[in-house]
Structures are given as C-alpha cells and as structure tokens.
Design a protein around this ligand. Structure first.
Ligand SMILES: *Cc1c(COP(=O)(O)O)cnc(C)c1O
Length: 387
C-alpha cells in the first residue's frame, strides 16, 4: 500500500496518504477517518482547516503575497504589535521554521556578546532546537552525537533542573542560556518553575541572555499564552514556531530592547514576515490569547491528564506529565512504536517521542467528546498491546 513516490526517505512513514482534515479529524485516500492527537506535530492550534485561517488566507492571497522583506507590509507590522503587546518582548523577527528562528536567536546572542568577546551558549541534555547545523549543535539529543561533524562549536550541555550543572559551565566566554520550558521531543520533561527563576537570577548575575525556545510550548499550548509565564520570569529572547501559524509555516524570534542588537546585514530571509503567513499568525493569536480560550486549554488539559492517568493506572503504565495540552504518558516498557502503530490501525494518531512514552498534542480547541473518544480508543489499543 506504500505509494510510489519520489520523496526522500527521511523517516519511516505509514502508507496512508492524507487528503483532508477538519477540526480533530483527518481522512485518508480511502476515506478512512482518523482522530488526530498529533495535529501536524502540535502546529494546528485551532484544528485542521479552521474557517478563521481559510478566510484570512483567501482574502490576503487576493490582496498581497510578497512585497519583499526589504519593504514594510501591514500584516507583519500588525502581528509584531500583537506579539509584543502580549509578551515581555519589544522587537520581532519573523522566520519560516522553528530551526530558523532558533538559528536567529543563536546569532543574536553571539552578536550581543561580540563586544565583550563572548560566544558560548549553555543548552541542555536531551533538548531539541532544530535541524540546521547550529541548532543540531545546540540540541542535546544523543542520536545527533557524531552526525554531520564537525558541529558548530560553543554549545555546552547542562542537566535540566540541576542549577549546579549550569553554574559549572559558566565561563568568561558564556553569553547565554537557552532552553525549552518543557522539553517536548525529549518526552515532555518540564523545567521546574523554581529552576526557571534560578536561571533568570544566574543570567542576571553573570550578564547572560536567557533564551526560551517556545516553539512547542508557546501560543497557549501549556495553558498560558507563553510557558515562561508559569514561572513569572522575564526572558530576554523567545522563539516561536509550530502553533503560531495554526498549520502554515511561520516562526518568530522575539527580543527585549536590551537583547535586540542586530545591525543591518546581520539577519534576513526572502520569506521573512511575508503577509500571507503573518496575517494567519494574527488570526491565531487573536483567538488563542482570549482569556476564555486559554482557560479552556487548562481545563481540558486537566481533563485529559486525569483521563490518561486513570487509563495508565488501569493498564499498569507509568505517570502522566506535562502541562496544558502538551502531555505524555510514561509506558512500562519500550513499546511506544507498537502502540502508535496499533493506534493508527484503530484510526487514532498519537506520537511516541521516545520508545517508552506517548505524547498527546491535540488541537487547542479539542472537545471533551474528542478526548473521551481518544481515551476509549487508547484503552482498546492497550488491550491489544498487552505483553
Ligand atoms: C519543533 C521544534 C523546533 C524546530 O522547529 P522546526 O519548525 O521543525 O524547524 C525547535 N525547537 C522546539 C522546542 C521544537 O519543538
């Protein structure tokens, strides 16, 4: 059933070809319907093909597509206004992917440290920041070790939630600390609020930039618009991607006035801030930033958390972790891919970021009914996948 195709074989893919999506559901070419708790890898904030995004895309497409990044356009100005008004940041650079936004954050930190001759960035074991050469180098995924050597130098990996491991890596070359508030690809591992506050204090003490990679956690995913808000801190730099576009490719690099130090020629990109994508970003932020919408994420996240915890206990799996609608279930053995395959056979899409856990990243407007359907299907799947 695997379709004949000329796509580079960069990851194992199931044979289904997806044709259309609506809300929490996807249909394949045989008209089978799937409940989607992957949602484009946590990108479809409002579900598949929401009317709000379709309408913005069609009207903007008839208005202006690409005036060039060397000219202003109104949708880019508007989205930067919205993002800065709703956060602690002052300046925005738009990019097209998370990796590109993080690459920009790394360049910004190096530019910021240039005067004092500093360039080293402390990142974290098991962290994930993207697949460009610099962002792979910044990542702490062990499967990246030995790939594409030599890597970009200047990244030193601390242990998440271990403040001493961070302090031990600070040298007179250190310019920044960069981390995900919740390590998504590592299996939904939270940086504690106290740890985030300690990082802020250490960064202040040593004059370092604190960079939060909120590509997975930003735009409401954890129940606050930005995950750094849980700790009540003010980072210097933040990157966004995934959920910002609600399904279209846009990412952003945000910085405070103090950190925003690019000069002409340092940064750019042909598609950066194009009106088609920035107009969509505004439509997403407008909906997600409503207090009622955010409150529902927290409530439904708790509902999903409780349901998963109960299900896990009844099948002797491990604890559930995460925040808002970014949750993971620890499994009692390395059967993640077996469960993902069986779930697909039962028309449910979920993801196993590691062999021993499952991750759940539904649309932010997922309903209780859809959560119940997911839990019932997963219950059936666990019955089949029992030792
Ligand atoms: C997905 C992700 C990235 C990379 O984003 P791309 O758009 O795939 O380049 C970087 N950091 C985190 C935390 C992510 O989840």
């Amino acid at each position: 059933m695997t379709p004949n195709n000329h796509l580079m074989d960069i990851t194992p893919r199931p044979p289904q070809v997806f044709m259309r999506g609506q809300g929490a559901w996807l249909w394949d070419s045989a008209e089978n319907r799937y409940l989607d708790f992957v949602q484009g890898w946590a990108v479809n904030s409002l579900g598949h093909s929401p009317a709000a995004i379709r309408d913005v895309l069609t009207s903007q497409a008839g208005q202006l597509l690409s005036p060039s990044p060397a000219y202003f356009n109104q949708p880019a100005i508007d989205l930067a206004d919205r993002l800065t008004a709703a956060s602690v940041f002052d300046q925005v650079f738009f990019a097209n992917s998370g990796a590109e936004a993080n690459e920009g954050a790394i360049k910004l930190a190096r530019r910021w440290g240039q005067e004092s001759g500093r360039h080293e960035i402390i990142t974290f074991q098991n962290g994930f920041h993207g697949r460009t050469l610099a962002t792979m180098s910044a990542s702490g995924k062990t499967v990246f070790d030995g790939l594409f050597e030599p890597k970009v130098p200047g990244f030193h990996k601390a242990v998440l939630n271990d403040i001493d491991s961070v302090c031990a890596l600070i040298t007179d070359q250190t310019v920044a600390i960069m981390l995900e508030p919740v390590q998504g690809e590592a299996g939904v591992i939270e940086a504690g609020d106290g740890f985030m506050r300690s990082l802020r204090a250490i960064a202040d003490q040593h004059n370092l930039l604190l960079i939060v990679d909120e590509i997975q956690t930003g735009v409401g995913r954890t129940g606050k618009l930005w995950a750094y808000e849980h700790a009540g801190i003010r980072p210097d730099v933040m990157t966004l991607g995934k959920g910002l576009g609600g399904g279209v490719p846009i990412a952003a690099l945000l910085a405070t006035n103090n950190a925003s130090c690019f000069v002409h020629g340092d940064q750019g990109g042909t598609w950066c801030g194009n009106p088609l994508m920035t107009a969509v970003g505004s439509a997403v932020i407008e909906q997600v930033s409503q207090p009622k919408f955010l409150a529902a994420i927290t409530e439904n996240g708790q509902y999903l958390y409780d349901g998963l915890s109960e299900l896990s206990a009844s099948h002797d799996h491990g604890p559930v972790r995460g925040r808002g609608l970014l949750l993971a279930m620890q499994l009692n053995k390395a059967c993640g891919s077996e469960i993902v395959d069986q779930a697909l056979a039962n028309h449910l899409l979920i993801n196993a970021p590691r062999a021993d856990c499952l991750r759940f990243m539904p649309a932010l407007n997922v309903s209780r009914e859809e959560i119940n359907t997911m839990l019932n299907t997963l219950d059936d799947v666990f019955k089949v996948c029992r030792n």
